[in-house]
Design a protein around this ligand. Structure first.
Ligand code: ATP
Ligand code: MG
Length: 450
């Protein structure tokens, strides 16, 4: 009790400690401590009780102020990582280059970051030839921490104990005016970290904000710098964008700014071809719907959709030159993945998911005997079926095929049996099956008509 009282007093006192920052009464902006998650509130309270400064920061504050539900909660503090760890029994320090602490509160994980600053003596020797920061791992004070953040609306600090908002860069005003403004000189900040350009577009799309003209102007000219971003970060950012619930809008904006080529090497080709454009658009519309309904979306499914037409084009070419359908499908899959792999480090697990979704497609055409039952049992059936529906929706696979599977899924045992197509209609299969090795993907070779 006493500690809580002290913390409140401390919180009030803190108001006077923010030079150059506006300290706003959070309640006036509709922000109260009971709106944040229990875990993040307890984390901040504990740190403050131990005499540290601690705030909720970043996306959570931004989202709450505009009435959105935050995805997660980040805490910023002046306590060093090891000091944070000592405040919480269930916590661990993660990351080597820049340490952050994960505090476990019930089922919630709160990410606690120590204030970061700029390197002493400016960024000399710490950037590549284009101005990209190669290191960013110096602790700093609160003001410096606000300065190194990307956009004014992302640099708002909410103190849930005092119920104040600390605003160094007029972020609250920008939020009100629905404007995305870069902190500092936009060109320098984009050069330091070209991912910020993608973040600008993603955030503007997600929030329905305009990008401030000063922040927008350098985008087109600096777009090629995205090429220099390490691929693991690019995958992270691409996934964030695709899973934001605003993927269609984000991609449209990226295209308008000339930034889309850097994300996936083939995205510009995919979007310039009407057939694949329609497919990708439908895939992303479906994903956006799912995200907004808070249903899970898989990264494998997304990448499978983005790259499918690349696979299809090659597959068609190979088959036209007389290659067998299934081996040429596998060849086309490999080369589509390899081409993306040069730029995008798609993890092995995701690549495995993508392959499965693709390679199950021809099996949907086998609707006689036991095969449909086998496919239903496949662990990736659901994703593959959703993918089939996408192909149907875009006109690439026959509507009748999608309908058959939808009905088959719903049907009871006897209805299913009645739905099976007679084996005879599959002409050569019987002869082939006796000859061919029964390996799952190859056995469908004779019935592939995609
Ligand atoms: P989201 O809703 O997508 O999580 P977010 O703003 O919380 O949005 P995070 O990636 O979780 O995005 O980052 C948390 C905070 O860290 C941001 O709000 C911003 O203050 C800061 N930040 C993230 N990436 C950068 C960057 N590339 N440059 C500068 N600051 C960044
Ligand atoms: Mg976040």
């Amino acid at each position: 009790m006493f500690k809580k009282f002290m913390a409140r007093i401390f919180g009030r006192y803190a108001k006077t400690r923010h030079k150059n920052a506006a300290v706003l009464d959070a309640r006036k902006y509709g922000l109260r401590r009971d709106q944040i998650s229990n875990g993040s509130l307890r984390t901040v309270e504990t740190l403050q009780q131990r005499g540290y400064r601690a705030f909720i920061v970043g996306g959570a504050v931004r989202d709450l102020l505009i009435g959105e539900k935050p995805k997660d909660y980040d805490v910023a503090t002046d306590a060093m990582p090891e000091e944070v760890r000592q405040c919480f029994r269930r916590s661990r320090v993660i990351g080597r280059r820049f340490q952050i602490v994960h505090v476990l509160m019930g089922s919630e994980t709160v990410e606690v970051t120590t204030f970061r600053g700029r390197h002493p003596g400016g960024a000399k020797g710490l950037t590549d030839n284009h101005g990209r920061l190669l290191r960013d791992n110096v602790f700093g004070n609160h003001k410096e921490d606000a300065e190194r953040r990307d956009f004014t609306i992302n640099a708002l600090y909410f103190d849930p104990v005092a119920e104040t908002i600390v605003d160094y860069h007029n972020g609250v005003a920008d939020l009100k005016e629905k404007r995305l403004r870069v902190i500092g000189d936009p060109e320098t900040r984009y050069r330091e970290d070209p991912v910020r350009m993608l973040r600008a577009v993603r955030l503007a799309a997600k929030l329905g904000f305009v990008i401030d003209p000063k922040a927008q102007k350098p985008l087109r000219g600096l777009a090629p710098l995205i090429e220099n971003v390490p691929s693991a970060r690019l995958v992270d950012e691409t996934l964030k964008l695709l899973m934001s619930g605003h993927a269609v809008e984000s991609l449209e904006r990226l295209r308008a700014e000339g930034l889309h080529g850097g994300l996936l090497p083939l995205l510009d080709i995919v979007l310039d071809n009407p057939r694949s454009e329609r497919f990708v658009r439908q895939a992303l519309q479906g994903t956006d719907r799912r995200v907004r309904e808070r249903k899970p979306v898989s990264s494998g499914f997304l990448f499978a959709a983005l790259l499918w037409h690349d696979v299809l084009d090659q597959w068609e070419t190979l088959r036209d030159s007389g290659e067998l359908p299934m081996p040429s499908l596998f060849l086309s899959m490999d080369s589509a993945l390899a081409r993306q792999g040069e730029k995008l480090a798609i993890t092995r697990r995701i690549a495995g998911d993508i392959r499965e979704i693709w390679s199950l497609q021809p099996r949907f055409e086998q609707r006689a005997g036991k095969r449909p039952y086998g496919l239903l049992e496949h662990p990736r059936f659901r994703a593959a079926y959703d993918f089939l529906l996408l192909r149907v929706e875009s006109g690439e696979a026959p509507a009748e095929l999608g309908q058959w599977w939808t009905e088959f899924l719903d049907a009871g045992a006897s209805e299913r049996a009645a739905m099976l197509l007679p084996a005879e209609t599959r002409g050569t299969r019987r002869r082939r099956r006796r000859r061919a090795a029964p390996s799952a993907p190859l056995e469908s070779a004779d019935s592939t008509t995609i």
